[in-house]
Ligand binder design. Structure first.
Ligand code: WTA
Length: 631
């Protein structure tokens, strides 16, 4: 049960063992879980197809490992503390037994709505305890959950519903986020106008808004949980049965459904959670992410529960009612482990030190960051003002596709170097590749970050399109999983993540493909063509800079910008709003018609003097126009 490594020496020994005898290494860890039927084989793999199977032949249910197995010893321990958006509202605390009963009850409700093993269920909900219940209830009965972040638009949700061919949507009337309220059910209704697979919508009453309920399709959460039992046997799942789909953006096309399966994901979620955060039995752990992202899946829902930990969940935003909210919550609930994103740290840092200095924060022991590279200044601020120089910071590098943290410190047990994620976790074998696809073996070198051996929680496929999984992740370099990130290894072998090397922009820790944003903009009737790049942004890490060709140069550019932004918000959501829009008469293209984004990136970064060779362009003059009109 306690999977923790307790010193750097032990880490080194375990790491070596995990590389020499990976199967034995993972077998020992997997053995500590509850299996309905023990697996026959630890690992079967090849990266060509790719085909990766962990613990095959095994049968299990992840919720039995999250809930049932804790009841004897931890039935009365808090599983969840929920802090509402409004600090004046009452917070919620549920023990493991209470959570278990609520999950079983809702699982029975899903069954009563004809949800079966393998059915896909879209969850589009606020950060309320019922979101956790909905996720676990799906897993309990073997339905595949796909949580859609409640900031995505109707159109983005419709794409996901269609791709997953979802049968059920679970939502609420609306949600609270800071001073704003968002009508979730209305957005679902709009999305469903174009989706035929959905038979049932279950609506949780969050704001007493009385939304329209479509007869025969829409049912209330409080009605479906009436008269069902508080016990629900867990569906025995094959190790490689799908657990969930989570959509994420890549450099091309629409977001793809990253598929994670039951056993491997379970083992790695628990192992990485316990080791990275070094969680003790009595600790209160808080991850500020939203369950709509992978961080929320692995480190709000599954990792903590698999480990019997107490995890805090927050409905609101860091700046409401004031920029001291995070720290107020840490003091109020005596939070010991705090995990957040660099963008949140930078945003709070910009609001001044007073907000953080008025709280003691003396319960904190370990701090974490995730989502993007953390800059030195934000790291130092976090270390000094939040950690009071007493807390290690774990800079955790990982991805939706990796399922769990791959490179990171392990609590206080690892050497810490600001802006460096550090060493790989046991079982993780990173490699840096050069332009030619050859592995770089030396330190103090930079290259494309790949992984050369499977780990239990790795992506298995992209839903409905295995070829895409192969092309995106396994075809760049034979025999390697390609992350899309660049990294540098320092003289001690520590990794520093540099950022994406593909056409993915990371805005406040959220991934967007340039093509995805361009496609959205191009649906605006004024827009003929567009090209999007990322540029450095003080708070968001990267901002979105769009170059747009309109049918004619807009006479009222502000109006045109407003209209294009509105289109992006409609197509994707507010989180994908372009920060800067420059109207241009053409784009720098090669003779073969390919947009030279390198040039656009340099201009957006304010480095127009470093454009390099532009002689291969079809129309080199366009560059001068773009440079002189840069925003
Ligand atoms: C970036 C989030 C630097 C990286 C868990 C990766 C990071 C992408 C870090 C995945 C970090 C995440 N340092 N960069 N500690 N963590 N990234 O799928 O570019 O939302 O490829 O998963 O975020 O984003 P995703």
């Amino acid at each position: 049960m306690d999977l923790r490594i307790k010193s750097f020496e032990e880490y080194k020994a375990k790491y070596a063992q995990s590389v020499e005898k990976p199967e034995q290494f993972w077998d020992e860890i997997a053995n500590s879980f509850n299996w309905v039927k023990k697996y026959d084989k630890v690992l079967d793999w090849e990266f060509e197809t790719p085909k990766v199977e962990w613990f095959s032949g095994g049968k299990l249910n992840i919720t039995e490992n999250c809930l049932d197995r804790h009841l004897a010893k931890r039935g009365n321990k808090l599983a969840l503390i929920w802090e509402p958006n409004d600090p004046k509202e009452r917070f919620v605390r549920w023990t493991y037994r209470e959570l278990y009963e609520k999950v079983c009850q809702f699982a029975n409700a899903l069954k009563s709505q004809n949800v079966k093993k393998g059915d896909r269920v879209i969850i589009y909900m606020p950060m309320i305890p019922e979101l956790k219940v909905a996720v676990l209830a799906c897993a309990r009965i073997g339905a595949v959950h796909s949580v859609v972040f409640a900031g995505f638009s109707a159109s983005a949700m419709a794409d996901r519903i269609e791709d997953a061919k979802a049968k059920v949507v679970i939502t609420s009337d609306g949600l609270n986020r800071g001073t704003k309220q968002i009508p979730l059910k209305r957005i679902v209704d709009e999305a469903l106008e174009s989706c035929s697979s959905v038979e049932t919508v279950i609506v949780y009453d969050c704001l007493s808004w009385l939304p329209n309920m479509k007869p025969g399709r829409d049912v209330w959460w409080h009605d479906v949980i009436k008269d069902v039992a508080l016990e629900c046997p867990a569906e025995p799942m094959d190790a490689e049965d799908m657990l969930f789909i989570l959509y994420t953006s890549g450099s091309t096309g629409k977001p793809k459904g990253v598929v994670h399966t039951c056993a491997g994901y379970m083992v790695y979620a628990a192992y990485s959670f316990q080791n990275v955060f070094q969680v003790e039995e009595s600790d209160i752990y808080w991850c500020t992410a939203d369950i709509g992202w992978i961080t929320g899946h692995t480190y709000i829902v599954y990792g903590p529960l698999l480990s019997g930990a107490t995890s805090l969940m927050f409905e609101g935003v860091p700046t409401y009612p004031d920029p001291g909210r995070f720290w107020q919550i840490c003091d109020k609930h005596s939070v010991n482990i705090f995990y957040t994103a660099p963008t949140a740290i930078r945003a709070l840092m910009a609001c001044g030190d007073d907000h953080v200095l008025s709280y003691s924060l003396d319960s904190l022991k370990v701090l974490g960051t995730v989502g993007e590279p953390i800059n030195e200044e934000a790291w130092q601020w976090y270390h000094l003002h939040v950690g009071k120089r007493n807390c290690p910071i774990v800079d955790t590098w990982w991805q939706t596709e990796t399922g769990g943290i791959m490179i990171s410190g392990l609590g206080a047990h690892s050497p810490m170097h600001p802006t460096h994620a550090g060493y790989p976790l046991p079982g993780i074998q990173p490699a840096l590749l050069n332009q030619e696809g050859k592995e770089i073996l030396e330190n103090e070198e930079e290259g494309y970050l790949c992984i050369k051996f499977p780990w239990p929680s790795m992506i298995r496929t992209t839903y409905g399109d295995h070829e895409r999984c192969k092309n995106v992740y396994f075809s760049h370099y034979d025999g390697y999983y390609f992350t899309g990130d660049g990294a540098k290894r320092d003289k001690d072998g520590m990794y520093r993540i540099i950022g994406r090397v593909d056409d993915v922009i990371n805005v406040s820790g959220h991934r967007f493909g340039t093509a995805e944003i361009e496609d959205a903009m191009n649906t605006n009737p004024m827009v003929v063509e567009s090209a999007v790049v990322g540029y450095p942004h003080d708070i968001k890490g990267q901002g979105i800079y769009a170059y747009v060709i309109c049918n004619e140069m807009p006479t009222d550019p502000d109006f045109a910008r407003g209209s294009i932004i509105e289109t992006v918000v409609e197509q994707i959501g507010k989180i994908a709003k372009p920060e800067k829009i420059q109207f241009v008469s053409g784009l720098p293209k090669t003779r073969s018609g390919k947009i030279m984004r390198r040039i656009l990136r340099k201009v957006a970064e304010g480095e127009a003097d470093k454009l390099g060779d532009t002689s291969t362009l079809l129309d080199p003059d366009i560059v001068d126009e773009i440079v002189s009109g840069a925003i």
